[in-house]
Design a protein around this ligand. Structure first.
Ligand code: FES
Length: 238
């Protein structure tokens, strides 16, 4: 550690973190993929989805918020953690109304791509079919809350990258919903199709109008390689 780097192991592999890096960032820099959903590079981490859960010296921690520390023994790609992540992703599907075959984000959706990576072909929990509202008041943008997983990436991107703070949340528990800062809807805000907040949505909850299905099946982002392949190819059937 004389050069300021922080030695730790991930799944038995020695890696080195830079001071200030989280476990997720250090692992990624070393070519180790830790699945994530609410984390997005360039945004402050929120630690809300728990898809990045790892065991650190035996204790569960969110890899996206936990700073790397000397001597940490991190377990990431274990059957226990894969099962936990599968369950979390599964629950996100049944908590909303996700009809991938009709969704413009299909093939480019991180939730769908994670489901494929973890081998989810049908949810094991019962669908809740919640009542959620659309907001089509903006001429160029659409909010479909049926597909919102409450990750907060749009809210953080709007605040931290766009300097607009257009999005927030209202309600609690199963009634928690994405909210915009105008009673009349997104069309009454300063939202713009070029906002980074729009691109930050991992699902089809925030969409640009009139551009759906522009990329043919087979050429979409996750058609060629599973999510996370930009960091590390999945081993075996994951
Ligand atoms: S990615 Fe770490 S909690 Fe969501």
């Amino acid at each position: 550690m004389t050069d300021g780097t922080i030695p730790l192991t991930v799944d038995g592999r020695p890696i080195e973190a830079r001071p200030g890096q989280t476990i997720l960032e250090a692992a990624e820099a070393a070519g180790i993929y830790i699945p994530r959903l609410c984390w997005l590079q360039g945004l402050s981490p929120s630690g809300s989805c728990r898809v990045c859960t790892v065991r650190v010296n035996g204790r569960p921690q969110a890899a996206c918020t936990q700073p790397a520390a000397p001597g940490m023994v991190v377990e990431n790609d274990t059957e226990e953690l894969r099962a936990l992540r599968r369950d979390l992703i599964d629950m996100l599907f049944v908590e909303g109304n996700h009809f991938c075959m009709f969704c413009e984000k299909s093939g480019n959706c991180e939730l769908q791509a994670l489901a494929y990576r973890f081998g989810i072909t049908a949810p094991k929990y019962p669908f809740l079919f919640p009542q959620r509202e659309l907001d089509a008041t903006h001429p160029d943008l659409l909010i479909d809350r049926n597909r919102c997983i409450l990750c907060g990436r749009c809210a953080r991107a709007s605040r931290e990258l766009d300097g607009k703070a257009l999005f927030g949340f209202t309600g609690r528990g199963p009634n928690r919903r994405l909210a915009v800062g105008a009673a009349a809807g997104l069309g009454a805000t300063a939202a713009d199709a070029a906002d980074r907040a729009m691109a930050a949505c991992p699902t089809g909850a925030l969409l640009a109008k009139r551009v759906g299905y522009a990329v043919p099946v087979g050429r979409r982002r996750y058609d060629q390689a599973p999510i996370g392949s930009e960091v590390a190819r999945p081993a075996g059937g994951e």
